[in-house]
Design a protein around this ligand. Structure first.
Ligand code: ZN
Length: 135
């Protein structure tokens, strides 16, 4: 597998608009996109930080992954996402190595990305996302 960069860092928040205000008014970043991802049951907001991004995630459904995460652990760091050149190939390599995956096939992500998550149990407790920019 060849990793390009840290594509983004995902942060679970209770209130997207309130959190956007912190990133804009306090940290001076600019939100360039708000996007709902129906299959992940989230609304996202994106900020560019150099060559990487911050992704804020607000749950649209208490039974969704972010809803459950916040109920269990509260707001905070949720996942780290690495950009890869070939997501399908990367997932095949991980399967060959018997790495536990949450998604064995690419899923529709926010901000023009195909994504897949590695099970945090296989990654030292860190929910790890791989993503490939859509062509
Ligand atoms: Zn993400």
């Amino acid at each position: 597998m060849e990793i390009q960069k840290i594509e983004h860092i995902g942060i679970a928040v209770k209130d997207l608009n309130k959190s956007i205000k912190f990133y804009e008014d306090v940290l001076g970043l600019k939100c360039y996109k708000i996007e709902e991802v129906k299959n992940q049951k989230v609304k996202t907001a994106f900020f560019k930080v150099g060559n990487t991004k911050i992704e804020l995630l607000e749950s649209t459904d208490n039974e969704g992954p972010i809803g459950k995460f916040i109920e269990k652990r509260g707001e905070g760091l949720h996942h780290i996402a690495f950009g890869v050149y070939d997501l399908k190939l990367s997932l095949a390599e991980l399967s060959d190595k018997n790495i536990k995956l949450i998604d064995d096939k690419p899923q529709e992500g926010a901000d023009n990305l195909d994504i897949a998550f590695i099970n945090p149990k296989a990654a030292n407790g860190v929910l790890t996302e791989l993503c490939e920019a859509k062509k």
